[in-house]
Design a protein around this ligand. Structure first.
Ligand code: ADP
Length: 552
């Protein structure tokens, strides 16, 4: 205290004669001023009021006649806000100059004091001087994070600034900085809130919030459209207005579930509109928590899926009809085909008398094409049964190594004919799967058959059985054929898809084998996929459960 008083006395005597009439502020009045400003700054979010009040207070306490406040943009290039006091021609007070002082302060983060601006090179362009200002002080308006601008005070009389005056200006600058920062934060928050409110209002989904007792708190535009209640009608009511009669506990159960296990998604529920029409809704419900464990309410997001559900149901019906049609037609085709094949066999066996070499060739062609047609019909029938859900698996515990050997043995003759090495990489000990024997054989025959079909002579096909984690067994068929380019890999499991292959011999397939295999693998809960194999050939792998799933 004594120190400051001394300092002040020194400052006062330095002012000399010319400043005799000035009121010399003491420390108490400084503190009082600071307190007033601090109060305004913390209580008000009106930044222009705070800036104006602070400037006036600074001039009043120093008994100065000229002052200004400048708030600059983030790069301190443009003035965003400006107040002037006491300038005869405020325009004289060029921003260019002001900016030079601000740049200086932004760097130094300290006030810039000029007891005599005529001696201060920074005031060289004389705008202050033209105004008759002799002494001036500039304090940075700054928070801990950044400098916002400057608070300037000037006197047309000579004034030697005391330390306490400089400190006060600096403190004012800080107050203003904090006030601006708060206002900015508040503004950002308000804008963020507006942005979210806008998003919610314009969302395509109904967004409804309730309190913990299902009373509706907010109701967006989509909720009005989907459920037919205007915001004013819905807010304040219970959400039970949307629940169809006969489900008195639905919301309560839902609340309990969400509180216990967290947000739920993709629930499909029935809801009743204001006009009494029932709709299907996809619903997601999340708890709204203010504290860690306390649920204050719920957020419901709902989408009207009535049309979609109707469409899906119709699609299912059509699919069913298509499957039945395919199944009927296939049966119908089979009977004449059996007759054609039987007749060709009989003729080839010589029952109808000796055949010329040409007749034998023609009959052979009839027989092999009838066989192909037969395979196609079988595949079509299989697929339509799978798709119609008409295939029941008969799973059992199977020694899969033996099954692989069995499939390989059936196709060994085909491999030998094409001079392809067919190997089974033996597992050290018997490996078991929980699967339907016939279906596993069908998948294996399909994959091994394809591998032999697409691998050129002298190539290699290797079948392997491995563990894939504790729960799954992986079976793979690798070949040295042309391989599958990555862009085709996803498509080859589609129905009727056959890859374009330049070097491929005449198409000998239906494009259904992999689609059937995939469906059969998935019925077992497994996965099927393809990778690039030896010599850029293909590796088809699929998984089957290692053991019987636990009954739930
Ligand atoms: P299909 O063999 O009757 O044409 P699939 O569904 O079994 O029908 O196979 C679909 C297509 O995938 C085949 O036409 C072929 O282009 C490709 N493909 C299948 N297996 C292999 C393989 N091992 N090597 C190369 N291409 C294959």
């Amino acid at each position: 205290m004594a120190q400051i008083d001394d300092h002040e006395r020194a400052a006062n005597s330095a002012r000399g004669k010319s400043s005799k009439r000035q009121r010399f502020p003491n420390r108490t009045s400084f503190l009082a001023a600071l307190l007033t400003i601090a109060e305004t700054a913390t209580q008000s979010l009106q930044t222009d009021k705070i800036l104006n009040d602070t400037l006036d207070k600074s001039l009043e306490i120093l008994n100065f006649d000229v002052g200004s406040v400048r708030v600059l943009d983030h790069e301190a290039k443009n003035t965003l806000f400006r107040i002037d006091r006491g300038f005869h021609h405020p325009a004289n007070y060029t921003p260019r100059n002001q900016h030079r002082i601000e740049q200086l302060m932004i760097k130094a983060k300290e006030p810039h004091i000029s007891p005599d601006i005529r001696q201060d090179p920074i005031h060289k362009s004389q705008s202050m001087e033209r105004e008759g200002v002799i002494s001036a002080a500039h304090a940075p308006i700054m928070s801990k994070k950044r400098v916002f601008g400057s608070l300037t005070v000037g006197s047309r009389r000579f004034h030697k600034f005391s330390k306490i005056e400089v400190d006060l200006l600096k403190a004012f600058g800080f107050q203003l900085g904090m006030a601006l920062e708060n206002a900015q934060l508040y503004d950002e928050m308000r804008q963020g809130k507006l942005y979210i409110e806008n998003l919610v209002e314009n969302a395509g989904e109904a967004i409804i919030t309730t309190d913990a007792q299902d009373n509706i708190l907010t109701w967006n535009h989509a909720a009005e459209v989907i459920f037919g209640y205007a915001k004013g009608e819905a807010v304040g009511k219970s959400l039970t207005i949307l629940v169809p009669p006969g489900h008195p506990n639905e919301l309560e159960d839902l609340r309990a579930k969400v509180q216990l296990t967290g947000p739920t998604r993709n629930l499909e529920v029935r809801r009743i509109r204001k006009d009494g029409v029932m709709i299907n809704v996809a619903l997601a419900v999340s708890p709204i928590k203010e504290e860690e464990d306390k649920v204050n309410g719920f957020l419901h997001m709902a989408r009207d899926i009535t049309e979609k559900t109707r469409y899906e149901r119709r699609l299912k019906e059509l699919d069913q009809m298509k499957s039945e049609f395919v199944s009927n037609v296939s049966h119908e085709l089979r009977t004449p085909l059996t007759a054609i094949k039987g007749s060709a066999d009989n003729m080839l066996d010589g029952i109808t008398g000796p055949l010329s070499e040409r007749q034998t060739r023609y009959l052979g062609r009839i027989k092999s094409n009838a066989d192909r047609l037969g395979r196609l019909i079988t595949d079509l029938l299989d697929l339509s049964k799978i798709e119609a859900g008409k295939i029941d698996l008969k799973p059992a515990r199977l020694p899969v190594n033996l099954l692989v050997m069995e499939a390989a043995d059936v196709l060994r003759a085909v491999a030998a004919e094409k001079l392809i090495g067919l190997e089974v990489a033996r597992a050290d000990e018997p490996v078991h799967v929980w699967a339907d024997r016939d279906k596993v054989l069908q998948i294996l025959m399909n994959l091994i058959g394809n591998a032999l079909k697409f691998t050129p002579p002298h190539g290699k096909v290797i079948i392997a059985v491995d563990n894939a984690g504790a729960e799954w067994i992986k079976l793979s068929v690798a070949d040295t054929g042309p391989g599958i380019p990555p862009q085709e890999a996803a498509k080859i499991f589609d129905k009727f898809y056959q890859m374009e292959q330049s070097n491929r011999q005449k198409t000998q397939g239906t494009g259904l084998g992999l689609a059937i295999s995939k469906a059969l693998v998935e019925m077992h809960g497994g996965k099927i996929w393809i990778e690039t194999g030896i010599d850029s050939g293909s590796v088809f792998s699929f998984t089957l459960p290692a053991r019987r799933p636990l009954e739930i």
